[in-house]
Design a protein around this ligand. Structure first.
Ligand code: HEC
Ligand code: HEC
Ligand code: HEC
Length: 140
């Protein structure tokens, strides 16, 4: 996820929207936790069972969540001034309109989701799995 982190950290959304503001449903606390659980299940399912239909469903669900969050923050512009926020992702995926990122391709991760999209970016690395006592031992 390093490219996703650093493209976001160079985007205009960094000051305003953290990962969860887009990727987790914000309507109520229960769906927030239910979604996190389902999303976790999706990842383990992909890696263990390779269960295709479930993968496609979960992907559409998570894009639906992202689009609801775009509209949540940009309500006035996209429901009053223009109507791009009046449809859901599932309608867009059936060709009944466009998802926000069909036009705003670079929000927030840019089109190039790899390390060359922002070279030399500082991204947080996972903590070292090596316990301190072992590090001390190696030093000696
Ligand atoms: C402003 C909203 C927004 C924010 C904030 C955001 N994302 Fe995203 N994210 C998106 C969109 C839009 C997509 C791509 C949807 C598409 O193109 O299909 C995406 C895609 C992804 C994907 C690929 C998912 C897939 O199924 O292919 C990952 C992983 C991801 N984001 C991680 C992150 C992380 C980590 C952060 C925080 C550092 C973050 N995102 C912050 C909107 C956001
Ligand atoms: C948590 C609230 C929040 C969410 C969620 C959010 N935005 Fe934004 N967005 C903002 C704010 C605030 C700004 C203004 C930033 C600025 O002026 O620097 C902004 C700026 C923008 C801009 C203009 C600047 C640019 O980067 O091009 C676009 C386009 C945009 N958002 C689209 C989206 C899309 C598409 C999504 C969903 C993938 C999304 N936003 C999700 C709050 C949000
Ligand atoms: C058919 C293409 C299209 C779709 C779909 C679309 N937009 Fe836009 N959007 C534009 C254009 C064109 C502009 C004006 C040019 C610009 O400022 O980048 C714009 C402007 C914006 C701005 C203001 C940008 C700024 O610089 O202040 C925001 C925020 C925004 N759109 C959010 C969204 C969100 C959220 C969605 C989904 C609900 C969405 N847009 C769907 C084409 C689209």
């Amino acid at each position: 996820m390093v490219p996703h982190y650093q493209s976001w950290s160079h985007s205009s959304h960094r000051e305003w929207a953290h990962c969860n503001d887009c990727h987790v449903p914000q309507d109520n606390i229960i769906s927030k936790y239910a979604f996190k659980a389902a999303d976790g299940l999706y990842h383990s399912t992909v890696f263990t069972l390779r269960n295709e239909p479930q993968v496609i469903l979960a992907r559409n669900a998570s894009k639906g969540v992202i689009m609801e969050n775009c509209v949540r923050c940009h309500t006035q512009l996209n429901t009053e001034f223009v109507k791009t926020g009046m449809i859901s992702y599932s309608q867009a995926s059936k060709g009944e309109g466009k998802a926000c990122w069909d036009c705003h391709r670079d929000v927030p991760h840019t089109t190039l989701r790899n390390l060359s999209s922002s070279p030399n970016a500082v991204a947080p690395l996972p903590e070292s799995p090596v316990p301190t006592w072992l590090k001390e031992m190696i030093k000696k």
